[in-house]
Design a protein around this ligand. Structure first.
Ligand SMILES: [Zn+2]
Ligand SMILES: [Zn+2]
Length: 48
């Protein structure tokens, strides 16, 4: 996944950027809410 901070392309399972060390947050594509690394749906899914 791409680092939002520096744009470095990290492995999909990475939790932290291997280039700058920023936490790699996954965001819901529908609403932009931050979701956990194992979550299938965001916490706001009921409001989509
Ligand atoms: Zn980075
Ligand atoms: Zn969402």
């Amino acid at each position: 996944m791409l680092c939002a901070n520096c744009g470095f392309k990290n492995p999909a399972h990475a939790n932290f950027c291997q280039e700058c060390g920023s936490r790699l947050a996954r965001r819901c594509a529908a609403c932009g809410e931050e979701v956990g690394p194992t979550a299938k749906y965001c916490q706001a899914v009921a409001f989509h």
